[in-house]
Design a protein around this ligand. Structure first.
Ligand code: NAD
Ligand code: G6P
Ligand code: MN
Length: 433
């Protein structure tokens, strides 16, 4: 019988996770679910935890649901640990977005200066968690969706020396669930292949006769810009000429790079209206927790779909079931490249199509990239390595190097000022600096 632990259990996404477990009750012989949080999240944990208990009860299951602030007790003898925490909660995200915006830069929680600082805050915590796991549940699998998911997975592997980890994101899931119908197909009739980095990957698609249909999908995407786009990303269309040259489908987050000017303008307008995404999410979250308080609510409310991360907990449950049942399912995960993309180092983390089974993730070969995408990936991956090392060591010069490399941060005195200001703003969560 399985003991499942979720760190950041007070998340508004927890009902989706519980729904995912209930759906897979025949595949996952669950005994205990432990939802772990910190003092600052205690109220959220209690509300959403009570809701989780109701869902399990309504489903007629005898699973124990434990709510705790004691991470070590929770981790003892765990089989699967999933991580969905936000260090500093939404007030920290508001700073991640608004401080760069104030200086005229993109403010986004996984890209630009905000993404760098989310990594800086998260890496010390995840390395602590891994240290606990080494002692308390050395055989457990770690399923990480804490953002920036790819960089956090890299930190777990490279600095935590923990190999049994899979990093997840819902963006590929959303592409695969929305695109097939655009070309009147079902997902079963298509073969998808993804490669790149978390929030910076591309994909190609083939039909069951082996014919590539990527560009057919691209054509349809141009009538329906937001197909598969998470709700948190503004839908500036890509340049069609660029995609015709690329012959791949970029992920939603590529907009921040390919249409930086327009994404910045949109972000700054939201900033002036006091409506950055973090501020919008604060409202949505308050509404969701009001719903969760209802003692009669025992199913995931439809309003959760307003969150950009909808479906990601379901992917987490599927990863656990695939490992446990050795299902060899196709999933897109952050894992070691191992030659899937020969242009890139084999011993670092990329987001690639993989088979998920008892051995974890086995990446599928994607092949070479053309110079444009290869160049982007080399810059972005090396920037990730600089960020993760700066986060693990607290080296200020390296943090400045990361800011200088980031394509969304114009290098210079203003960039250094943003770095310095964010170090002060987040100092309670940056013990390493
Ligand atoms: P949230 O702000 O609700 O945070 C979740 C919980 O984490 C909170 O209850 C908080 O108190 C708790 N927490 C904070 N620090 C903690 C710590 N040190 N230990 C344990 N718990 C702690 O955030 P959310 O909107 O639910 O998102 C959670 C995380 O998941 C974020 O990092 C977010 O970026 C990420 N996310 C990832 C994806 C994906 O595609 N990979 C999708 C959605 C969200
Ligand atoms: C996206 C991403 C997540 C991200 C989230 C933001 O789809 O894949 O990694 O954290 O949605 O959503 P939010 O509702 O928090 O802005
Ligand atoms: Mn994501």
């Amino acid at each position: 019988a399985l003991k499942l632990v979720t760190i950041g259990g007070g998340s508004s996404y927890t009902p989706e996770l519980i729904e995912g477990y209930i759906k897979r009750q025949a595949q996952l012989p669950i005994k205990e679910i432990w939802l772990v949080d910190v003092e600052a999240g205690l109220e959220k944990l209690n509300i959403v935890g009570a809701m989780a208990k109701r869902m399990v009860k309504t489903a007629g299951l005898d699973w124990e649901v434990h709510l705790t602030l004691d991470r070590r007790t929770a981790l003892k003898d765990a089989d699967f640990v999933s991580t969905q925490f936000r260090v500093g909660l939404l007030p920290a995200r508001i700073k991640d977005e608004r401080i760069p915006n104030y200086y005229g830069m993109i403010g986004q929680e996984t890209n630009g200066a905000g993404g760098i600082f989310k990594a800086f805050r998260t890496v010390p915590v995840i390395l602590d968690i891994v240290k606990d796991m080494q002692e308390l549940c050395p055989d457990a699998w770690l399923i990480n969706f804490t953002n920036p998911s790819g960089m956090i997975t890299e930190a777990i592997k490279t600095y935590g020396h923990w190999d049994k980890v899979i990093g997840l994101c819902n963006v590929p899931v959303m592409a695969m669930s929305s695109e097939p119908e655009l070309i009147h197909k079902t997902l079963d009739e298509l073969t998808y292949k993804f490669a790149g980095l978390d929030h910076f990957h591309w994909h190609r698609v083939w039909d069951n006769t082996g014919q590539e249909v990527t560009m057919q999908i691209v054509d349809k995407l141009f009538g329906d810009e937001d197909a598969g786009l998470p709700t948190n990303i503004f839908d500036v269309p890509f340049f069609k000429d660029q995609l015709e040259n690329m012959r791949m489908i970029p992920c939603g987050y590529h907009r921040y790079y390919y249409r930086q000017e327009e994404m910045l303008a949109h972000g700054l307008a939201e900033y002036r209206d006091n409506a950055t995404r973090a501020q919008q999410v604060t409202k949505i979250e308050t509404e969701l927790f009001e719903l969760y308080k209802d003692p009669n609510l025992d199913y995931k409310p439809k309003q959760l779909a307003e969150r950009g991360g909808a479906h990601y907990s379901d992917a987490a449950c599927e990863a656990m079931a695939s490992i446990y049942q050795d299902k060899k399912t196709h999933m897109v995960v952050s894992t070691l490249n191992q030659g899937a993309v020969p242009d890139l180092p084999s011993d670092h983390v990329f987001e690639v199509s993989a088979q998920i089974g008892a051995a974890g993730a086995v990446p599928m070969a994607f092949g070479h990239f053309q110079p444009a995408e290869r160049g982007w990936l080399q810059l972005m991956k090396n920037m990730e390595l600089v960020i993760v090392e700066a986060a693990a060591t607290g080296n200020y010069g390296l943090a400045l190097q990361a800011f200088t490399m980031n394509p969304l941060i114009p290098a210079g005195a203003t960039a250094k000022r943003v770095l310095d200001e964010m170090l002060v703003a987040h100092r309670n969560y940056l013990p390493q600096f």
